[in-house]
Design a binder for this molecule. Structure first.
Ligand SMILES: Cc1ncc(COP(=O)(O)O)c(C=O)c1O
Length: 477
């Protein structure tokens, strides 16, 4: 029998806090009958968000096309929807049970290209689009393809979504963390980017790319147009490829904020030298179809022979799952105005988005009223990165700690805090150290996905807990 020592050390070293020890403990408590408010992961349908009727109805007919022959079909499905399924089956007669082309079903890639054209008013080609099993697989493909030497590294935000740090550890790439500017609504800061790349190079690391998550996870921030422009210029000056993780592009709640795609900004800048990989997904937005594992990767400024290598990479695992490909098609090609399904689609979409906006505000405003806590009311995405202040530990002198010791100490403190929060209140959040944070600061990440009543309960319980916790810590210090 193999033992843990036989496993790949890189797998052992990879960390993924979103499903870490606190979540495992939450599941144990739930099995013991405790009510848990799961705020640890952006998994909307696990938190009672309803799937969109249009998407599920199309998928149901695609999975079981015999239903199309039923005489009472139009009692259950609208006419345009049935027509849509017939068209899909005509263009893709093998249905959902057969492998597709490695890059995905061609007409779906075409629909993705048209979606980008319409969204941004810029050209896009289906031959620069690959359909993936969620955005995660697209991101991992880029990392695998670009990490050529052991010292190659990617700039990744701190705090960041741990897909990037964990995958870099797994594939043997170097992490070049850059802090997001919490004082400036979590935008990227040119000075911080420059310092971080200089520091990495001085340690022999070769930066090959920069990951940008917009709207942000875990910050909930939406990047301004000028901020994206600055990042593209920075990437050009430093010969970096850009991975633009844009899975939350539909999740913008603050009317003062607007989603700008990297593709559009680069087009406006006439940028032809910086390679762009942009990611999108069916998991987020208002679909929340995390389980269907659908998404796409679009390339810009990439030569044909490089695209061919990505196609080969994709072909090694044959193709993305077909219902995920179809879900991606329905995301980029929703019902049109005038079609029977349109009204329901728009109503359901608006309900999801306005409820998310409401929940973001309740959470943000509620947290900001708790002494010792602060947060930017999330402008977008599904998360808030809450800053917490705790009294100093009397037995610990942080001024003599190295940066590594300080970050290990902070990781213990925020993990203890989140574990106690779970044990005492049933609220499950993720310690800030799981995403990275400025040394000396403490945070936790929470989603605002549970229903409104639970978000209200969350705020009340959090306040009681924090006051008590901070008091006990103060007595001990
Ligand atoms: C920033 C970001 N990128 C990618 C993903 C993964 O998306 P997918 O489900 O499409 O793999 C997530 C999931 O939470 C995310 O937050």
């Amino acid at each position: 029998m193999i033992t843990i020592e036989d496993l790949n050390g890189r797998l052992l070293a990879a960390e993924y806090a979103v499903r870490g020890p606190i979540v495992i403990r939450a599941q144990q408590l739930e099995e013991q009958g405790r009510k848990i408010i799961y705020c640890n992961i952006g998994n909307p349908q696990a938190l009672k968000q309803k799937p969109l009727t249009f998407l599920r109805q199309v998928l149901s007919l695609m999975e079981y096309p015999e239903l199309l022959e039923k005489s009472d079909l139009l009692k259950h499905y609208s006419r345009d929807l049935v027509e849509r399924v017939r068209q899909v089956l005509e263009r893709h007669p093998h249905g959902t049970g057969a492998y597709t082309q490695s890059t995905g079903i061609p007409f779906i890639r075409q629909a993705v290209a048209e979606f980008i054209q319409t969204r941004d008013g810029i050209p896009s080609s289906k031959d620069r689009v690959i359909l993936t099993d969620g955005a995660s697989k697209g991101a991992q493909g880029v990392l695998v393809a670009l990490l050529k030497n052991v010292n190659d590294g990617f700039m990744i935000p701190i705090p960041q979504y741990p897909l990037y740090s964990a995958s870099l550890t797994l594939y043997g790439g170097k992490q070049i963390g850059y802090f997001l500017d919490e004082q400036n609504s979590w935008q990227l800061n040119e000075g911080i980017l420059t310092d971080s790349i200089i520091k990495a190079k001085s340690k022999g690391v070769n930066p090959v790319g920069i990951v940008v998550i917009n709207p942000g996870n875990p910050t909930g921030a939406v990047l301004s147009y000028d901020n994206i422009k600055m990042i593209v210029e920075f990437a050009r000056r430093n010969s970096l490829s850009v991975i633009a993780d844009e899975v939350y592009q539909e999740n913008v709640y603050d009317h003062r904020a607007k989603f700008h795609s990297f593709a559009r900004v680069m087009h406006d800048m006439d940028e032809t030298g910086v390679t762009l990989f942009s990611l999108h997904s069916v998991s987020k937005g208002f679909l929340g179809e995390c389980g269907h594992r659908g998404g796409y990767l679009e390339f810009r400024n990439v030569p044909d022979n490089v695209v061919a290598q990505f196609v080969k990479l994709q072909s090694i695992s044959l193709c993305a799952n077909v219902s995920g490909q179809l879900a991606t098609y329905l995301m980029v090609s929703p019902p049109k105005q005038g079609e029977e399904s349109y009204e329901t689609y728009i109503r359901e979409r608006n309900e999801v988005l306005s409820s998310l906006k409401k929940r973001a505000e309740i959470l943000g405003k509620g947290v900001n009223q708790i002494p010792g806590m602060s947060v930017d009311i999330p402008q977008g995405a599904m998360y808030a990165f809450v800053k917490i202040e705790l009294p100093p530990d009397k037995d610990v002198d942080i001024t003599v700690m190295s940066p590594e010791e300080l970050s290990a100490y902070n990781a213990r403190r925020d993990s203890d805090y989140c574990m106690r929060l779970l044990e005492e209140t049933g609220i499950c959040v993720v310690p800030g150290s799981g995403f990275g944070q400025l040394p000396g600061t403490l945070h936790f990440r929470t989603t605002f996905l549970p229903p409104v009543s639970e978000i209200e309960e969350f705020v009340v319980k959090l306040k009681q807990f924090h006051e008590h916790y901070a008091k006990v810590e103060a007595l001990a210090s």
